[in-house]
Ligand binder design. Sequence first.
Ligand code: NAD
Length: 364
Amino acid sequence: MQSFLYEGLPARVLFGPGRRAELRAEIDRLGVKRALVLCTEDQRQFGELGAELLGDAAAGVHDGAVMHTPMETVDEARRLARELDADGYVAIGGGTTIGLGKGIAIETERPVIAVPTTYAGSEMTPIQGFTEGGVKSTKIDMRMLPRTVIYDPELTLTLPPSYSGPSGMNAIAHAVEALYAENANPIVSLIAEEGIRALGQGLPKVCRKPDDLEGRGLCLYGSWLCGVALGSVGMALHHKLCHVLGGSFDLPHAPTHTVVLPHAAAYNTRAASEAMGRVARALESVDAAEGLYDLAVAIDAPVSLREIGMREEDLARAVELAVQNPYYNPREITEQGIRALLDDAYHGRRPSGQSANSLQEEAL
Ligand code: NAD
């Protein structure tokens, strides 16, 4: 019998089309009198919507959320919140906006309500990366966990297939690694498998027909569950590789996850056979890595590092960085193995337990 630790993250979730209308009631419930609404400049309309829903409980709209959460933007938002006498925050947008909300919450200890409009899943985790002087560091603090999350699939209808696909694959990556995490447990694994199943069914629907509300609901439900998986257990090789590729070679976040995931899964297939069996089952595929790759192709998402801006001459440096600082992974991290993995990912080869590179590596 397996022995394990399960620690649940507190969450209050309102889920369903139109539930955004309950934002004001949720603010009242938390005792917030004046909430500052956060968004990005690009998605200012979400900020305006939040303010409209809050009515006289809106302290203002701040569209200063920026990717990678630079500390200057957090400081600026905190200053504005003090000026406006805000006693709570509404982060309405994708992972970038929710990151800013977390940055404010960690210092002010005032509640944040998240209204996610992508599939990143950040609203379900007490984790956040902040950049200062060009260096990104990660903090884990329960004060950053939003107190209420409102998932309204109607707010995701405008997310174009080119974002929906990679954003959903990014969410699936959290669940795949949760299934073979060092501290994996049966409860989080149930959540992770269900998250992959929902996104595996929903993503093809919304990428084919962005206004498919049923599909949007499936994807948002799946991203919620995958976010819980990310917030509950540790990650491994896949997240390390994406951190290296995004941080050192400036590759876009969600597309990098999309490209690397099938290859990280292939790398771990034999060492984490039970977890990979669950991924395959969730995707209704015979093999996890193949199923992930085929899903990316089906939703017209990128499948090679080359097409998302990686330069072939940088691969060697990426390998070097990826094998530095030992970290947990179900299969031993070897330079040879990572080189083969990144070469497959660079060229966008369809992975398989029998791929030329993996066989070659085994022969060595
Ligand atoms: P994002 O918030 O930058 O949004 C991606 C793009 O989608 C942006 O161009 C945005 O304007 C657009 N967009 C958002 N919602 C839209 C909608 N409904 N319709 C049309 N366009 C819309 O990024 P993201 O992909 O949501 O999240 C990625 C970021 O979140 C990364 O910085 C990542 O590090 C972070 N993240 C953090 C965690 C965590 O636990 N801390 C988890 C996952 C991701």
